[in-house]
Design a protein around this ligand. Structure first.
Ligand code: NAP
Length: 266
């Protein structure tokens, strides 16, 4: 277990830093004194974030890239390694969702969402892990989801990408933790960010609307988990009860999910 107790001077990459959880996490890291590379597709949004970031003494780099494009990721990683000389912290956060029945989900988008959420994580991890192993020091955060632990209706294609991320993180952590690289998987429930467009909000079951948390809670929990060397967290933590219920009484969880998690409209 490797604790990241101080962020001062840490060289960090945050993907999906132009909005939501990634933006807030990047701001927090910069405030704590980290050097931060901001990655996303929208350069103007990254520049907005960079321009308004409180400076805790570290450098800020704006690195526009589509995480689904392997060539762009490796070029961006090379640029960051060139500028920073190394990287200690990679936050694989870029991603998007979708809420519809599998039967209605366009197959091109099922491929695309896997490319962004899962392969984006694979490309960034492949690009930066060798340097972390060489340094014998690194932390990789995978922003997965409760949808990577529990399959719920209306999230089939998205859940598959998140289950893939969770599996990758768990398996990889065994391979690298004795060589100084720590994996942290973060599984948020519903978080109030632009991830949910108006249509998704209308479709959202009432229980999910009620339980929605602000993105700052995910950021605070992630920072705390890095400081204490946790390997996996769920935010808010009470959702973990569902994992236990599924293991011990799967029928109970199925009935509960059918009753509460089917979309308001279909
Ligand atoms: N909100 C939730 O309820 C929730 C719950 C569990 C897990 N999560 C996970 O948390 C992560 C962040 O989501 P969020 O809620 O903060 O959503 P968000 O506000 O929509 O932010 C998504 C970020 O990902 C970036 N992104 C999307 N596609 C990209 C691509 N192809 N290449 C590079 N960057 C890309 C976006 O930037 P550009 O558009 O500029 O590229 C944006 O910065 C996601 O992985 C999501 O699955 C969210």
């Amino acid at each position: 277990m490797l604790k990241l107790e101080s962020f001062a001077g840490i060289r960090a990459v945050v993907t999906g830093a132009s909005s939501g959880i990634g933006e807030l996490l990047a701001r927090r890291l910069a405030r704590e004194g980290a050097h931060v590379a901001l990655v996303a597709r929208r350069k103007a949004e990254l520049e907005r974030v960079a321009a308004s970031m409180a400076n805790g003494g570290g450098r800020v780099l704006v690195v526009p890239a589509d995480v689904a494009r392997r060539d762009e990721v490796f070029a961006a990683a090379q640029r960051i390694l060139g500028e920073f000389g190394g990287v200690e912290l990679l936050v694989n956060n870029a991603g998007y969702g979708g809420h519809r029945r599998f039967i209605d989900w366009d197959i091109d988008d099922i491929e695309r969402i896997m490319q962004v959420n899962y392969f984006g994580t694979v490309y960034w991890t492949k690009a930066l892990l060798p340097k972390m192993l060489e340094q014998r020091r690194g932390w990789i955060v995978i922003m997965a989801s409760v949808a990577g632990k529990l399959g719920v209706p209306d999230e089939t294609a998205y859940a598959a990408t998140k289950f893939a991320q969770v599996g990758l993180a768990e398996a990889l952590s065994y391979e690298v933790e004795d060589f100084g690289v720590h994996l942290l998987t973060v599984c948020p429930g519903a978080v109030d960010t632009p991830f949910f467009d108006e249509q998704a909000r209308q479709r959202m079951p009432d229980v999910a609307k009620r339980l929605m948390i602000p993105p700052q809670r995910v950021v605070d929990a992630t920072i705390r988990a890095l400081r204490t060397g946790k390997r996996e967290i769920t935010v808010p933590p009470f959702i973990r009860v569902s994992y236990i219920v599924r293991a011990l009484a799967p029928g109970v969880l199925r009935r509960h999910t059918k009753r509460l998690a089917l979309p308001a409209t279909s």
